[in-house]
Design a protein around this ligand. Structure first.
Ligand code: SAH
Ligand code: SF4
Ligand code: F3S
Length: 442
């Protein structure tokens, strides 16, 4: 029998990357490499990388420098770069970062064991082929870094929306949906392991589509099938693209108690001019109409977003439109970024990255400040309300407190009493901060 080897996987980037690391962990376990938590014991390190903004790549490069001392201690240590940065930079990475032995793009993970065999006989090894079909549907992911309560299921891969700023279509290839039967099987597996919540992942889950004979299974029907697997299994999903958010989906959410009332709907900008340049394929008024539909069909639904400041040619007026849209929606939560030009994207090729960094920073601060106010306002409204909270962990601040989330995806902290991780607890909210609701069990 072959010797077991220690694999350490470090993950950067989005939830999809975290989910991919679990697929990699599973593929590698089938080949006698077992994931460990202590990097100093590693025979192989995989760093699963992100290219979304320049800063994401810089963080990976910094980490690679830190691995040098580990390689000095153990010259047999193998360092592999996998994921989006591997796909974007390809063989160039070998020249730029000599510590790297192996490169594998997001669709090449089945090839990792044979790539490692090449490295073991002294070669550098790379596979960056993208696939139109690969969904890793048959792989049952290992659960890394898990609280045993909530898990990710990847339901599709790739993206071909080509938003003009975005590198993802280049690093992840064509959009493809995963066989629904394999998704349901994975949900059953998680339930049997005691999991209580699943987040369905894709870059644009609303365009999920699978042809079963003559019948098309779309995202709403997939969600309905999953909701009916077990009423005690909570469902979440990310990310929705506003252009594809259907009323059918909203009704499906409203009709199922266990589909969470929380929608992440990245708007990016409140200005029609900027949305057009971004190739987002919706307008401000379309977006407003979708928010109205959410409010009408799912009362009490939380809405969160992603925003980019300082995109090419963004003026102060465009920025004001973003601020006014934020106010109008009253987002519960937002991820906010400064525009970072990515090589080969339409924006890099055709438009000027002409907003000075200082202005990007100033506008970013303004949207962050506004969002802080909106988040606090949203949380204050919840004081006195009752929520069902799924307990995820002991609170970071105190052993006597538990931390979980309500359907709206807000973090709720409450006294432990006799409750434990994985329990559903009815909690009344008594206080809050901008980031957390504080309550007590009822
Ligand atoms: N598929 C999702 C987004 C995935 S990337 C969607 O379409 O909504 C996550 C977020 O990163 C994006 O929503 C966007 O706000 C941000 N982002 C993507 N490319 C960026 C860039 N070049 N500069 C700054 N932020 C970027
Ligand atoms: Fe990027 Fe747009 Fe695809 Fe989202 S939808 S991953 S922002 S190209
Ligand atoms: Fe980053 Fe790739 Fe995700 S670029 S955001 S890890 S799809």
């Amino acid at each position: 029998m072959e010797k077991n080897l220690n694999l350490y996987i470090e993950t950067f980037g989005c939830q999809m990357n975290f989910s991919d690391s679990e697929i990699v962990g599973s593929l590698m376990a089938d080949n006698n490499y077992f994931t460990i938590q202590d990097i100093s014991l590693a025979d192989v390190i995989f760093i699963n990388t992100c290219s979304i903004r320049d800063r994401a790549e810089q963080r990976v490069r910094k980490r690679l420098k830190e691995f040098r001392s580990l390689k000095k201690k153990n010259p047999d240590l193998i360092v592999g770069v996998i994921g989006c940065m591997a796909e974007r930079l390809k063989d160039k990475l070998f020249e730029e970062e000599p510590i790297i032995d192996l490169i594998a793009g997001p669709d090449a993970y089945r090839d990792l064991p044979s790539l490692l065999n090449k490295v073991k006989i002294g070669q550098k090894a790379a596979n960056i082929l993208l696939s139109a079909e690969e969904t890793y549907a048959d792989i049952n992911p290992v659960r890394l870094d898990s609280n045993g309560v909530s898990a990710f299921i990847s339901i599709m891969r790739g993206c071909q929306n080509y938003c003009s700023y975005c590198v993802v279509p280049f690093t992840r290839g064509k959009e493809r949906s995963r066989d629904p039967e394999s998704i349901i099987k994975e949900a059953h597996n998680l339930i049997s392991m005691g999991y209580k919540e699943v987040t369905l992942l894709g870059q644009n889950v609303n365009s999920y589509s699978w042809n079963q004979g003559k019948e098309e299974i779309n995202f709403a029907s997939l969600l309905k099938m999953l909701a009916e697997v077990d009423p005690a299994l909570r469902l979440r999903f990310a990310t929705s693209n506003p252009k594809d958010l259907s009323d059918e989906l909203l009704h499906t959410i409203a009709n199922h108690e266990n589909i969470c009332n929380s929608i992440h709907l990245p708007v990016q900008s409140g200005s029609d001019k900027i949305l057009k340049l971004m190739n987002r394929k919706y307008t401000r008024s379309w977006y407003i109409d979708r928010i109205k539909a959410i409010r009408e069909i799912i009362p009490g639904c939380a809405i969160s977003t992603d925003l980019i400041t300082g995109f090419c040619s963004e003026t102060e007026e465009d920025h004001m439109e973003t601020l006014s849209l934020m106010e109008w929606v009253g987002y519960d939560f937002a991820f906010m970024f400064k525009y970072s030009e990515r090589p080969n994207t339409t924006a890099a090729e055709k438009y000027n990255d002409d907003v000075p960094d200082s202005i990007k920073g100033k506008r970013l601060k303004e949207i962050i400040d506004l969002q802080q106010k909106l988040s606090l306002k949203s949380n204050m409204k919840d004081i006195g309300e009752k929520f069902e909270v799924l307990t995820e962990s002991i609170s970071k601040r105190s052993d006597e407190q538990l931390s979980g989330r309500n359907s709206q995806n807000k973090v709720v902290v409450f006294p432990k009493e006799n409750y434990k991780t994985g329990d559903y607890v009815d909690v009344v909210i008594t206080d809050c901060t901008t980031a957390t609701l504080i309550g007590k069990p009822i």
